[in-house]
Design a protein around this ligand. Structure first.
Ligand SMILES: Nc1ncnc2c1ncn2[C@@H]1O[C@H](COP(=O)(O)OP(=O)(O)OP(=O)(O)O)[C@@H](O)[C@H]1O
Ligand SMILES: [Mg+2]
Ligand SMILES: [Zn+2]
Length: 153
């Protein structure tokens, strides 16, 4: 364990190696506000990463594990994030989020004329055209998604 900026947690999830500057957008995905929160969340922004002489953000969530859709959305903002499941203070599991070549049903297209915005039963689909930072192109209308964070669904 390299960073002691945040108190250790007994059980929960650590999202580490978040692209610097994305922590608040990741919190939006976690849907935390005073009404929904039921355990402590700690956020560290602009932490020096030991590995790459780079900066990163970190989020630690007590007593919660993340569902697959949440993890896939995090990958769209922070493709290098690692997820550590903490049990009884130790890292019980650790894996990287995964950004696939195509993304289904995670974001809406920003083109109002796109077929996916016409009330048809069509799931959104994007092609990942760049990975770090991720860039998404709509598979239906070819529009690039300019603000991924604001268009997650
Ligand atoms: N009990 C704990 N409470 C809070 N955070 C923890 C706890 N144990 C580990 N962590 C954090 O979980 C993440 C993964 O832990 P690990 O020990 O694998 O770190 P690491 O060796 O630095 O891994 P990496 O190579 O991914 O940086 C780190 O951010 C670490 O600080
Ligand atoms: Mg580390
Ligand atoms: Zn579209």
């Amino acid at each position: 364990m390299e960073d002691f900026k945040i108190t250790p947690i007994r059980n929960g999830t650590v999202i580490d190696h978040i692209t610097a500057g994305q922590a608040l957008n990741v919190l939006k995905i976690l849907n935390v506000n005073e009404n929904t929160i039921n355990s402590t969340i700690s956020v560290a922004m602009h932490v020096r990463s030991q590995k790459g002489y780079m900066w990163k953000d970190i989020i630690k969530i007590e007593d919660r594990e993340l569902d697959p859709k949440t993890l896939d959305q995090i990958a769209l903002l922070a493709p290098n994030a690692t997820i550590a499941i903490i049990r009884d203070f130790y890292v019980a599991e650790k894996y990287k989020v995964k950004l696939y070549d195509r993304v289904f049903g995670l974001a809406r297209c920003s083109n109002p004329d796109c077929i996916t915005n016409k009330g048809e039963p069509v799931e959104t689909e994007f092609i990942v055209t760049s990975r770090d930072p991720p860039a998404l192109r709509c598979a239906y209308c070819d529009r690039m998604l300019t603000n991924i964070s604001d268009n997650l669904i």
